[in-house]
Design a protein around this ligand. Structure first.
Ligand SMILES: [Zn+2]
Ligand SMILES: [Zn+2]
Length: 416
């Protein structure tokens, strides 16, 4: 199949509603766990495409299933949530929305990560696949809440996602990223990092700033710990391996002449293998406990892990087959994806089900603007990345590409 003859019959009909749906989703973003209107739009569209629709799976999650007898089961996933960011794109369909976050604060909301695009693409692919008669098996489309908070995939699993369909033989997800629109990019093996945030509470002994001999100063202790933690990556992680440890927050004290009782550190760790992840988390605990002991703390420190994202480790066999299918369909527009330092919770679904998976990237940047930025050596300055208030994928060919990529991937397995 060459690129020119590769158009799916249903694609033209999809374009008729998909661009409008995308702009509507973009203008009406919803925070993690609050994706009620988005879920309703997805469910209603799946209904029109002839899918069996399950609503309210793991909160606002939606599952659409199309059963066509014996054959493989393919799971396609899109995330639905937006971010507490004030959009600065000046697009005619830019978000003006505000919402109440979990802490009760009124915040601006924007689709600054492109999940609106993922939803529109998967609904498009679902419709194209429903119109294609050349396959057999079961197609499962998953519209997931709360990716940004890292717990949406897990909540769908916990709410019985696996009981709705046969066990998937393969699972796919995609993300729009800051490279030229029209391109798709795959990578076998670890593609997105695992992420772990940790809150460490240190217990000193407070007292007057003029009498340090009567105290255990948690501020000095914190400073020593922060410096010592720099050796976790530089001295304990193999040089060829990518790992990041950042102390992003330190809180202690209220006044210049009061030595506080406690200090709280928050740190973030990114890794590309389970082994390195475990080694680093253990090293942090070991160093903190030992420094507390060295300072003579009256109580043991406390550790709390939060905002944890699993490693996204693309199955090599699946990804090689997928890359070949993309190369056949997209020609030179299919390429390789560099390893990303971002994190995702998609893999919680296939990992729990024991299903091989692949997660790929699609470009969302106007190709001309991207080429100009490259020529000027200004990609970092001029191309808005995900989570930027200026993040604005071009509608086409991004929607077409994401729709076709999902369709090509599903058919590669459903036609076998
Ligand atoms: Zn994001
Ligand atoms: Zn995202």
């Amino acid at each position: 199949m060459s690129e020119s003859t590769a158009q799916f019959a249903g694609l033209a009909a999809v374009r008729g509603w998909q661009e409008e749906l995308y702009r509507d989703l973009h203008a009406h973003p919803e925070l993690s766990h609050q994706e009620r209107a988005t879920a309703a739009k997805a469910a209603s569209r799946l209904d029109q495409s002839g899918f069996e629709v399950h609503r309210g799976v793991g909160g606002t999650g939606v599952v659409g299933i199309l059963r066509r007898g014996d054959g493989p089961t393919v799971l396609l996933r899109a995330d639905m949530d937006a971010l507490p960011i004030k959009e600065a794109t000046e697009l005619p369909y830019a978000s003006q929305v505000t919402a109440t976050d979990d802490a009760g604060a009124e915040v601006s909301v924007a689709h600054a990560c492109g999940h609106d695009l993922h939803v529109a693409c998967l609904l498009g692919a679902a419709d194209v696949l429903a119109a294609e008669e050349s396959w057999q098996g079961t197609l499962v489309t998953v519209f997931q809440p709360a990716e940004e908070t890292g717990d949406g995939a897990r909540s769908m699993i916990d709410d019985g996602l696996s009981r709705l369909s046969p066990k998937p033989d393969v699972a796919f997800a995609q993300h729009v990223l800051p490279f030229p629109a029209g391109q798709v990019a795959t990578r076998p093996g670890p593609v997105l990092s695992a992420a772990d945030s940790m809150r460490v509470t240190l217990h000193g002994r407070g007292g007057h700033g003029s009498m340090p001999q009567a105290t255990v100063d948690p501020v000095v202790l914190t400073a020593l710990i922060v410096v010592r933690l720099q050796t976790v990556v530089s001295r304990e992680t193999p040089p060829g391996e990518t790992a990041v440890l950042t102390v992003g927050s330190i809180q202690a004290g209220t006044k210049s002449n009061v030595i506080p009782e406690d200090a709280v550190l928050q740190l973030n760790i990114r890794t590309y293998s389970e082994q390195t992840r475990t080694t680093m988390l253990d090293a942090v605990r070991r160093i903190v406990v030992a420094e507390c002991q060295a300072s003579g703390c009256p109580r043991e420190p406390e550790f709390e892990l939060f905002d944890r994202f699993p490693l996204t480790d693309n199955d090599a066999t699946t990804t090689t087959r997928l890359a070949a299918a993309f190369a056949k369909y997209f020609g030179e527009r299919a390429g390789a994806l560099p390893q990303q330092t971002a994190s995702e919770d998609f893999s919680d679904i296939p990992s729990t089900l024991g299903t091989p998976y692949s997660y790929w990237g699609i470009g969302g940047v106007d190709p001309t603007a991207y080429r100009r930025a490259v020529e000027a050596g200004r990609v970092a300055q001029d191309i808005a990345v995900n989570h930027s208030p200026n993040f604005a994928p071009v509608v086409q060919p991004t929607l077409d590409t994401g729709t076709q990529a999902m369709t090509v991937a599903a058919l590669e397995w459903l036609r076998s």
